[in-house]
Design a protein around this ligand. Structure first.
Ligand SMILES: [Zn+2]
Length: 227
């Protein structure tokens, strides 16, 4: 397997360091006199690590949506293709794929956002109610936010705030954020007591948390550079 080195930076340092940039590019920092052959060998010995980091970087790249046929959107963890239709009573519907009326294409982003918000409200409400009944959590209401990385929060009045973007994630991830916030109603910090409590409800919460860290940037409509 060939590993492409994008840049080698020589400097007065004693060891070799490999850096995978956010765009997946591989940069090597090396001591002044270290030969290219040595650097190649070192990089080759780290192949597995480099490939996994580059895969992560690729998955963190936010999607760019053109809102044309063939474009795909996430909903509850599923990748759903979009088709543009000429005649449709409603501007956007979800069947086995998303159907967007062609005359509504110019406002596609707003239409999708509105659709996601409606779904988010339904999904979040039913899951919060389910957990609240199951484990007797006392919350007062659910608010939708448009946050990009702050998936949820809560306040002292028992109001939960969840970003509508979260409805793009699989249900297990939504459940993790909801449990996290419900436990915060009782314990406001991130102490070991807090995490122990989260683990009581979701024994595999760490996997769900890691998923969110690695894939969180995918949960958007490709608009992070626009606003
Ligand atoms: Zn928290």
């Amino acid at each position: 397997m060939q590993i492409k080195i994008d840049q080698i930076i020589h400097s007065r340092r004693k060891s070799v360091a490999i850096i995978i940039q956010a765009d997946g590019k591989l940069v090597v920092r090396a001591p002044l006199r270290l030969s290219n052959a040595h650097i190649q060998d070192f990089v080759l010995s780290k192949t597995d690590w480099i490939l996994s980091q580059q895969a992560k970087a690729a998955s963190r790249q936010a999607p760019v949506h053109a809102f044309t046929s063939g474009d795909t959107f996430l909903f509850l963890g599923k990748t759903i293709p979009l088709e543009i239709t000429e005649n449709s009573a409603r501007s956007l519907t979800l069947d086995s794929c998303f159907l967007l009326r062609s005359s509504d294409q110019p406002q596609a982003r707003e239409i999708f956002t509105k659709w996601y918000k409606q779904q988010a409200r339904q999904v979040f409400t039913s899951r919060v109610q389910f957990f609240a009944q199951q484990y007797t959590f006392n919350y007062s209401k659910i608010r939708l936010s448009s946050a990009r990385t702050r998936w949820g929060s809560c306040n002292s009045k028992g109001s939960l705030s969840l970003t509508w973007r979260l409805v793009m994630a699989p249900m297990e991830i939504i459940d993790y954020v909801i449990i996290h916030e419900l436990v915060h109603l009782e314990i406001q910090n991130h102490s070991s007591t807090f995490w122990k409590k989260v683990q009581e409800y979701l024994p595999d919460y760490k996997i769900r948390r890691t998923w969110l860290k690695e894939h969180g940037s995918l949960l958007n409509l490709g608009d992070r550079h626009i606003r």
